[in-house]
Write a protein that binds this ligand. Structure first.
Ligand SMILES: [Zn+2]
Length: 416
């Protein structure tokens, strides 16, 4: 007979809480029959109180971590109990969460895989669907304590991140000082943000000194309402995005001008100047330090043939340099940029100059406080990547759970 301790250990449970009654091979699966020890029987899963039995219950089955090539299932007969506070419920078991179909150790492993691996690698390794991993991730994230994340917040960033088409947004709050995600919920609007500030409590709200955001009026309104003393900073990441959008409008205008000179039915694929403009799209977006030789050649071509587009590109780069700078020099650079863009006679940029002028105080606050772009930008990128992976979960709850497990400093550990 195999040792009780050894068997309990492979299942990730304490041998003092369960008795292994049998181990069998059934259709290539290993089936381990367990019986919770007397101290652990007839307990309510919600309050852990010992309760009178309601019935003998029935046999239940949980998936456990594989033994080599074999799937392992734990089987136990679990009674229902009658809790004074929670009514008739299935009694708790020491090796799995309430209403789970996998053991705690399996869930811990699945959460780790969900965070660390690609969806296909995780589901092949664990031999279960990505959707199952999604619901396990959500369950493990539910067990995290969020309250600790909210203690001592001073400088926060508020962002709205679209996770699917058709304007579906997450409200995301980051802690600039501890560089972690502290809050993520479905729906980015005045109400959800108000609920976050309510969670902080009066003391928590008073401690907030700076709030960085994308300048959306509803965020400004909520901050003015709940933290009137906090200084609003504009994330320079968003400012650079605005400039990139303005540049793209100019690129499209230029491209359309080139296309007009060519009969539509002759060639569907852009050629010549049109092709270069189309291919230059990414070079125009990239920071020059990341250019390839080909990108550089495209920009040279644009400088020679489309001076207006080249000027628009220089304006975008100028704004990026100004807002990512530091100290008084950066403020001067910003004001010069506004004057330059106003004179540019490129409508997208004169319009942008007006927008920047309206947000000037918030941009200068960001430069002066030294809030870097990097945190909000990297969280924005990471959540978009997570959203793409979490797409297979078919549920926004799983996306939020994965984001919290990955970015709030509470990454799951492997079961030990
Ligand atoms: Zn109870």
């Amino acid at each position: 007979m195999l040792s009780q301790r050894l068997l309990a250990r492979t299942l990730g449970v304490d041998a003092r809480s369960v008795r292994v009654e049998s181990v069998e091979l059934v259709d290539d699966h290993i089936v381990i029959r367990l019986r919770p020890r007397i101290r652990h029987r007839w307990r309510c899963p919600h309050c852990a109180e010992r309760c009178p039995g309601y019935d003998a219950g029935r046999e239940r089955r949980w998936r456990a971590i594989d033994w080599g090539r074999s799937k392992v299932f734990v089987v136990a007969t679990v009674p229902r109990v009658e809790c004074a506070d929670h009514g008739v419920v299935v009694a708790s078991v020491p090796f799995a969460r309430h209403a789970a179909r996998h053991t705690r150790a399996f869930e811990q492993l699945a959460a780790w895989c969900g965070v660390e691996m690609s969806a296909s690698a995780a589901s092949r390794l664990l031999r279960c669907t990505w959707r199952t991993i999604g619901s396990i991730v959500a369950r493990v994230a539910e067990g995290l304590s969020d309250e600790e994340l909210l203690v001592g917040l001073r400088r926060i960033g508020i962002d709205e991140i679209s996770y699917r088409k058709h304007h579906r947004y997450l409200l995301v709050v980051v802690d600039h000082d501890r560089r972690r995600l502290v809050h993520a919920v479905k729906g980015a609007n005045l109400e959800t943000l108000g609920a976050f500030f309510d969670r902080l409590g009066e003391d928590g709200r008073e401690q907030i000194t700076h709030v960085s955001c994308d300048g959306a009026p509803w965020i400004n309104a909520a901050v003015a309402d709940h933290c009137p003393h906090a200084i609003i900073c504009l994330d320079t990441f968003h400012v650079v995005t605005w400039a990139a959008e303005a540049l793209d409008r100019v690129r499209r205008e230029t491209w359309n001008e080139v296309r007009v000179h060519r009969p539509r039915h002759v060639h569907r694929k852009p050629r010549g100047a049109g092709k270069v403009l189309k291919d230059a799209r990414f070079a125009l977006w990239k920071n020059p330090e990341n250019w390839s030789d080909q990108d550089r050649a495209r920009l040279d071509y644009i400088a020679a043939t489309h001076p207006r587009l080249h000027r628009a590109w220089a304006l975008k780069e100028g704004l990026r340099t100004a807002v990512t700078g530091h100290g008084p020099g950066a403020v001067v650079a910003l004001d010069r940029w506004i004057a330059w863009a106003q004179r540019s006679r490129i409508p997208s940029f004169t319009e942008l100059a007006r927008k920047i002028r309206n947000h000037r105080a918030a941009i200068i606050a960001t430069i002066e406080v030294g809030l870097t772009n990097a945190l909000v930008e990297s969280f924005n990128t990471k959540i978009r990547l997570i959203a793409r992976r979490a797409f297979g979960f078919h549920h926004v709850g799983a996306l939020i759970a994965l984001a919290r497990l990955t970015l709030s400093g509470q990454r799951p550990h492997l079961p030990t």
